[in-house]
Design a protein around this ligand. Structure first.
Ligand code: PBG
Length: 310
């Protein structure tokens, strides 16, 4: 009765990696228990998620290497892996809510989220056009939420405009608004194969500097004014202070991304018996206490299957 915060399946989004490979599931070495699903096996996974009460998924494609190009044009192909998978899932389970990432890193030969110039610098403004094409093609395929994770300036406005023009007035924009340049994304990059294309380069030119706090309010105000529906903070646990500050700044719904690196650390410790499974509950709850409405977590399914109140 005195509980001030709760966490339940209604707050959770399950990320799913997808592949064009035929084998039902291919493991991701740095993420124990997480797999890339084939076009067939992803349907079974979605069915299982719906059964345990998870109603929203986020799709991440491991684009075949031969379809990655300098300009990442596969990102907006109507026949792209993500676009096709969205259609197939929606045909089978119209009730599922699908979120799709807007960024070029799984589609480029260099692993960056945007287009590159002559000196290998990321070209912010030229990238916006491609991102808006990608967002429209995802909405066209049936995505309920498009989630720009690229961190180019001005992208929310351009994407909002493209969605309005294309007649996708109900598509939600969840902005990866506060995304820090973090090393916690490393296992994810194995999942979508961008670790090997990015190599030793980093994304410090467009993701937020982890030393900063005030900058988050500038980023948030830009996205709010450009028409974002939901703002996200990422990574999760090391940035709960940021989440809580943003909660005081805006009344928009907030999401937190419990990233791949956090998952790997916690899952490895659980698998080894170093920490009990109950830790998952406590961690997911902490995001809610800090102010998140929504938590994107690789633990979502496991939590939904085994969750108990502690
Ligand atoms: C791609 C993207 C990343 C994540 C989500 N979308 C990685 C990156 O920016 O390199 C990270 C997710 C995770 O670590 O779980 N732009």
């Amino acid at each position: 009765m005195v509980r001030e915060t709760t966490v339940g399946v209604e707050n959770l989004i399950q990320p799913l990696f997808i592949t064009e490979k035929a084998s039902p599931r291919t493991p991701i070495n740095s993420m124990p228990g997480i797999f890339r699903f084939s076009s067939k096996s992803v349907l079974k996974e979605v069915e299982e998620l719906l059964k345990v009460g998870i109603s929203t998924i986020a799709l991440f494609p491991d684009t075949p290497i031969e379809k990655r190009t300098e300009d990442g044009r596969e990102a907006h192909s109507p026949n792209g892996l993500t676009q096709q998978t969205i259609k197939r899932i929606k045909d089978a389970f119209p009730e599922i809510c699908i979120m799709a990432d807007v960024a070029l890193d799984p589609f480029t030969t260099h692993g960056h989220d945007g287009l590159l110039g002559k000196n290998q610098e990321v070209l912010n403004d030229q990238t916006l056009e491609v991102l808006s094409m990608q967002a429209s093609s995802l909405a066209q395929a049936g995505a309920d939420i498009v989630a720009p994770s690229d961190m180019m300036d001005g992208r929310i406005g351009v994407i909002r405009n493209a969605l309005e023009q294309g007649g996708f007035k109900n598509t939600i924009i969840l902005s990866y608004c506060i995304k820090f340049a973090s090393s916690l994304y490393a296992p994810f990059r194995e999942g979508v194969g961008s670790g090997s294309t990015l190599k030793k380069k980093d994304k410090k030119g467009y993701q937020i500097n982890p030393h900063n706090i005030n900058e988050i309010f500038i980023e948030a105000d830009l996205d709010i004014n450009e028409g974002a529906d939901i703002l996200m903070v990422k990574p999760g646990l090391p940035y709960l202070d940021i989440l809580s500050k943003l909660r005081e700044h805006t009344n928009l719904p907030l999401a937190a991304y419990h990233t791949s690196g956090e998952y790997s650390m916690q899952k490895t410790a659980i698998n080894n018996g170093f920490i009990p499974e109950d830790t998952i509950y406590e961690i997911l709850l902490s995001f809610r206490r800090a102010g998140a409405n929504i938590v994107v977590s690789y633990f979502s399914k496991e939590f939904a299957k085994n969750h108990r109140f502690i």
